[in-house]
Design a protein around this ligand. Structure first.
Ligand SMILES: C[S@@+](CC[C@H](N)C(=O)[O-])C[C@H]1O[C@@H](n2cnc3c(N)ncnc32)[C@H](O)[C@@H]1O
Length: 237
């Protein structure tokens, strides 16, 4: 069955954007996934098609109205996971992408302005998710990031040449470095072991590099990474 993505946005014309190209674009042409971008403004009922209002309690900016967002969600929510992109959400992980890709698809709500009235997020049980600790002007790019991460994991999207098995985060580690021809580039040589043809040695080198890079760059990942238990030192050893 086709994996279905529905995106609620004030800027539907931004889609498919980058998702219309390369791996995701070809997969969409092959109907491995579908994308509909719905204009939240169409759910507005007044003459001016107003979607936002000033925040209660004062402060800068505008807030997207709960009644308009709720009406926009009508007819879209159908049991698929429904997510609101927000910097306040739980950080998106590769495990989330795997889990979402294994399901029927997603409904994504993109905020603009200061965000969305909290009541509709709660009433609709939306999961709040962030793509990182920085603030974007709107949820559209965040939605595209999430979709890109999911779509490439759908069955049949990546060929045998592109495997998700060894890449960063797949085993709780960042990936080892890659090298290709020429073996000597401007005096920089490829690590000898990669030219050895010795598969076990290559695998061991890659594993060690993945561990070193994770330890150096992401102590948070390293701390939770499950390592083979080290045998306790023998007394007197
Ligand atoms: C200008 S931001 C609002 C930021 C909000 N006032 C705050 O401080 O948390 C407008 C919209 O962009 C989206 N957005 C911004 N940064 C994001 C992030 N890191 N991850 C996911 N969505 C983000 C959200 O949909 C948000 O409602």
């Amino acid at each position: 069955m086709t994996w279905r993505a529905s995106v609620l946005t004030l800027f539907p014309e931004m889609f498919p954007g980058p998702l219309g190209h390369s791996l995701a674009g070809k997969a969409r042409e092959r109907c491995l996934w579908s994308l509909e971008a719905r204009d939240i403004r169409e759910a507005a009922t007044d003459r001016h098609r107003t979607v936002d209002d000033t925040p209660f309690g004062g402060g800068a900016g505008m807030v997207m109205r709960p009644d308009v967002v709720d009406a926009a969600l009508d007819g879209v929510m159908d049991g698929r996971p429904a997510l609101f992109l927000t910097p306040r959400g739980a950080p998106l992980t590769q495990a989330d992408a795997h889990r979402l890709a294994a399901g029927p698809g997603v409904v994504l709500l993109c905020g603009r302005y200061e965000g969305v009235d909290q009541r509709v997020i709660e009433a609709r049980g939306l999961t709040e998710i962030s793509i990182g600790d920085y603030v974007l002007a709107g949820g559209e790019l965040a939605a595209m990031v999430l979709l890109d991460a999911c779509v490439r994991l759908l069955p049949g999207v990546m060929g045998a040449a592109e495997s998700a098995d060894e890449e960063s985060f797949s085993h709780g580690l960042l990936e080892y470095p890659h090298y290709t021809r020429p073996a000597d580039w401007n005096g920089r040589r490829v690590p000898e072991v990669l030219l050895s043809g010795h598969h076990a040695a290559v695998a061991a080198w890659r594993r060690a590099e993945a561990e070193r890079i994770t330890r150096e760059r992401r102590p948070d990942l390293w701390a939770t990474h499950e390592r083979p238990a080290v045998a306790p030192a023998r007394a007197g050893a």
